[in-house]
Write a protein that binds this ligand. Structure first.
Ligand SMILES: Cc1cc2nc3c(=O)[nH]c(=O)nc-3n(C[C@H](O)[C@H](O)[C@H](O)COP(=O)(O)O)c2cc1C
Ligand SMILES: C=C(O[C@@H]1CC(C(=O)O)=C[C@@H](OP(=O)(O)O)[C@H]1O)C(=O)O
Length: 391
């Protein structure tokens, strides 16, 4: 399965094209729109989210709620385009007023300066419109399709917030949840998408303080995937290592700077005797582990344990107390342009990370089994699971 997205943040619409989804997958558009809403929400988001409704339309590849096996297109109109038509029209010629409104003061932490240099743009709006995280809306739509596919195969994926700014949730509380459904029931109710309700109150206070100071916050998200068979991905070639591909998918989210599996950077401090997941065998369930320090991966392959990924998002780079920059035309020092902005988007980013994990896992499943039709794929996967049990 492959996908491509197109669209500028304030252009007419965003589009995604997905190819390689099997035929006869039931696609629920309400479910996609529910995920779109989840990404839109979160304490600390800016005014843009009040303008957008983020309801998608499916325009190809699906008939009577079932995929056809042909490319699927998903479209999302930007409601804000109505206010930006003069500046962003794909067809009307630029006017004198447009040149007055050019963006010439690159914002540190954004693609503005390097993107202008690389693509020879003199108006940095030509960079920021596409480098904006508005594009992640389409990745969530594609991820929602991937999640519906995975769900039919008994694979569940959930993203949530582990830390926001200086406030870390108590990860011991994660042990209180029996499964992802129980965890989801709590994180979905949280305005900052966390499982620790005591931390939620402190996080909201920290966001309020950052906003008041004209500052921004980053954080750490976690994504867990359960129900995966052992053996997705491969150790035989670097590009087939699924943990490597997941790391790429996560760090490709705007503002993500690091990724870790299982106990992650904590692994460094422990001796090997504490970090490996020892192997046990039971006649009924086959080989199994009692721990998941390695986050579900050995040799670039899923090992049957839950996949556990945490990732760090830097603070939002646009500050209401703007940072030092230089005008690209006059070369004079200036304060960077202030674009309307979020104070934090970590809760939204947890939904984007969930989508990226779902897309990458769906791709791995579709590369492993016959991807033409859901019926055959399900049979093959059931046979494979059975074979593993009797290995
Ligand atoms: C969901 C989401 C929302 C974001 N919202 C903003 C925002 O409102 N303002 C901003 O300056 N950056 C925002 N960002 C981050 C920028 O898009 C990102 O830092 C920038 O494009 C540069 O890319 P890089 O940080 O990956 O190097 C957001 C990121 C995500 C994932
Ligand atoms: C539009 C979205 O996020 C945007 C991401 C973003 C950025 O620089 O990444 C900057 C802001 O853009 P705007 O000036 O249009 O408000 C955010 O609102 C969205 O998530 O839907």
């Amino acid at each position: 399965m492959e996908y491509v997205t197109a669209g500028e943040s304030h252009g007419p619409m965003l589009t995604a094209v997905i190819s390689g989804m099997p035929a006869n997958l039931k696609l629920d558009i309400d479910q996609i729109n529910q995920d779109m809403l989840r990404r839109k929400q979160g304490y600390g988001r800016g005014a843009r989210q009040k303008i957008e409704t983020d309801q998608v339309e499916i325009t190809a590849g699906v008939r009577h709620q079932l995929t056809l096996g042909s490319p699927i297109t998903i479209q999302l109109p930007n409601k804000d385009y109505a206010h930006w038509q003069g500046i962003m029209s794909p067809t009307e010629a630029a006017t004198a007023a447009n040149s007055v409104r050019q963006v010439t003061k690159p914002r540190p932490g954004h693609a503005d300066l390097v993107g202008g240099m690389k693509y020879q743009h003199q108006d940095l709006r030509n960079v920021l419109e596409r480098s904006s995280a508005r594009e992640t809306a389409m990745r969530v739509a594609v991820g929602s399709v991937a999640k519906q596919f995975l769900k039919e195969l008994g694979i569940d994926v959930l993203g949530f917030v582990k830390q926001l700014g200086p406030i870390a949730a108590d990860t011991n509380k994660l042990n209180d949840f029996e499964d992802l459904a129980a965890l989801r029931a709590v994180t979905e109710k949280s305005e900052v998408r966390t499982f620790d309700l005591a931390a939620e109150t402190q996080i909201k206070t920290a966001i309020d303080a950052a906003k008041k100071a004209g500052d921004t916050l980053g954080g750490i998200v976690e994504v867990i995937a359960t129900g995966l068979p052992a053996g997705l991905g491969s150790y035989v070639s670097a590009d087939r290592k699924l943990d490597g591909r997941l790391a790429q998918a996560i760090v490709a989210i705007n503002a993500f700077k690091g990724v870790a599996f299982g106990d992650g950077f904590e692994l460094a401090a422990h001796p090997g005797s504490e970090d490996m997941d020892e192997i046990f065998y039971d006649k009924n369930k086959g080989f199994y582990r009692q721990t998941d320090h390695l986050g579900g991966f050995e040799g670039g392959m899923t090992n049957g344990q839950p996949v556990v990924i945490s990732a760090v998002m830097k603070p939002i780079p646009t500050l209401y107390k703007p940072l030092q920059s230089v005008d690209i035309h006059s070369k004079a020092p200036y304060k960077a342009n202030v674009e309307r902005s979020d104070t934090t988007a970590v809760p939204a980013a947890a939904v984007v990370a969930e989508a990226m994990v779902a897309i990458t896992l769906a791709q791995a499943v579709l590369e492993t089994f016959d991807a033409s039709a859901m019926g055959r794929l399900k049979t093959q996967l059931a046979d494979y699971r059975d074979e593993l049990k009797h290995y």
